[in-house]
Design a protein around this ligand. Structure first.
Ligand code: ZN
Length: 472
């Protein structure tokens, strides 16, 4: 029989990233002769391993027909410029807010890639070939031209017999679940990829919409087996920490990722101050990237929840330029160290590994009046983790620094669903969706959610290895 007469292959998914880990989200859908990627995120780990893992794609970039992007966090979109650099010439579909946030994220990422290549070249022998950055700002520019905005709920044709739809995932501005409808030889097949799922009660964002029905569910499981503190209690705790620090004449330093967490903290502080629950204490956002991300938030009210829209109708200053100062220049940043009065300084990076937060820590850790407020996950071997562990001395910018400041950990600001949220959202699919594959979680987290889903009635729950393929 001629090849053209052979039946089209069954649609499949191959898991190339975020398999038994939380980084490098990338899944390959092969259907109807098309190759479509769900996400193309950066793998983050030890520098040399990450570099090769990100650069050497497991397929030819020019064979990829399209990418569908769940949201703008770097572990979901951060390898797109490398895909474009290596020959990808198709469209990248995402929501309008994701398109705007990705521009902020990828511009910053290109600078980091150039620094990483310089580091690897310095640690090389003289005979070795010079390592090029994974990508540069020109690649980012060409990538941004490929981003095509698609509203929540609108169907977009990704190829013949292949249709995609975004559903609000409530995790980050513009974040989406991806639902794919595939015309397969044995009839229509549906696949839902959750991307990262949010949780109810987060400020600004709407709660996640119901997870679309499907034949195969690919779900994140970052916090399988773990239950978060409620968001509103965390806001109260944030207020209490700032109040007691101000009462003793100290400063609050908050290391935070520029996109997402910074806007959440600013929103809460602004609300606490305008409702009189906090004195009018100056708040500084010391990160140009956070400032640009906040502008994107302001420009996308179509993603806001009802409470935020109601607030916006009364007070256009949602991200508080009255109380919040956005610090641009390095000079201004250094000047903050001279301030004598109590204030809040929010600066990147979230795990205290780099960025402007380092010089604020160096200046403020030795003073017992101050507080360092840790509001996000701190990976092993980071300065943030050492502070959480209660070390009495840490090394900051090459110098040993005594930790006399109060260190407070607030875990309730996570923008990921916890175990209970995941079961509540995914549980109703059991029966109609018998098959689930869990990604974006450490193995013990994935195992905990797998057990929960089996208990809820899912017949077939798997935790795929990298490179594993399954039918849709
Ligand atoms: Zn995310």
């Amino acid at each position: 029989m001629a090849k053209a007469d052979s039946p089209p292959a069954r649609p499949t998914v191959t898991f190339w990233g975020a398999a038994r880990t939380v980084t490098g989200s990338m899944h390959q859908v092969s259907a109807g002769g098309k190759l479509v990627l769900l996400d193309c995120g950066l793998f983050q780990g030890h520098r040399a391993e990450s570099f090769h893992r990100n650069r050497d794609l497991p397929f030819r970039a020019k064979d990829v027909d399209a990418v569908i992007l769940s949201h703008a966090h770097i572990d979901h979109c951060g390898n797109l410029p490398n895909l474009v650099r290596r020959g990808f010439a198709g469209p990248i579909y995402c929501t309008p807010a994701t398109r705007a946030l990705a521009a902020v994220m990828l511009g910053d990422a290109a600078k980091i890639q150039e620094e990483d290549a310089a580091y690897l070249n310095r640690s090389h022998g003289p005979d070795e070939t010079v390592i090029q950055p994974l990508y540069d700002s020109r690649d980012v520019y060409r990538t941004l031209h490929r981003l095509q905005a698609v509203r929540y709920g609108a169907a977009v044709s990704v190829g013949h017999g292949l249709e995609a739809r975004f559903t609000d995932a409530g995790h980050l501005l513009g974040s989406a679940m991806i639902n794919l409808r595939i015309d397969a030889p044995a009839g229509e097949r549906r696949l839902t990829f959750t991307g990262d799922l949010g949780r109810p009660g987060l400020p600004i964002l709407r709660p996640p919409e119901p997870v679309p029905e499907c034949d195969l569910l690919i779900s994140e499981c970052t916090y399988g087996g773990h239950v978060h503190e409620p968001v509103d209690e965390t806001a109260e705790q944030l207020g209490a920490v700032v109040r007691r620090t101000a009462d003793r004449g100290g400063k609050v330093i908050i290391p935070a990722f520029a996109v997402g967490r910074t806007q959440t903290v600013v929103y809460f502080l602004h609300q606490l101050i305008t409702t009189g629950k906090l004195p009018d204490i100056p708040v500084y956002v010391d990160s140009p990237m956070a400032t640009r991300a906040t502008e994107v938030f302001r420009a996308h009210p179509e993603c806001f929840n009802e409470e935020t829209l109601a607030l916006l109708a009364r007070d256009a200053d949602l991200f508080g330029t009255r109380h919040v100062r956005y610090v641009e220049s390095v000079h201004e940043s250094v000047e903050l160290n001279r301030l004598a009065e109590p204030c809040v300084i929010i600066a990147a990076s979230g795990m205290c590994e780099s960025g402007r937060v380092l010089h604020h820590l160096k200046h403020n850790l030795p003073d017992p009046r101050n507080t360092v407020l840790i509001a996000g996950y701190q990976a092993a071997d980071t300065l943030g983790r050492r502070l959480v562990e209660g070390r009495k001395e840490v090394r900051v910018l090459g110098r040993v620094c005594p930790v006399k400041a109060e260190v407070v950990v607030l875990n309730g600001l996570s923008s990921h669903a916890d175990h209970k949220d995941l079961l509540r959202m995914l549980g109703p699919l059991a029966g109609r969706t018998s098959r689930a594959r869990l990604v974006h979680g450490e193995p013990d987290r994935a195992a905990a959610l797998a057990a929960g889903l089996q208990g809820a009635g899912f017949a077939d729950v798997g935790i795929p290895d990298r490179g594993e393929t399954t039918d849709v």
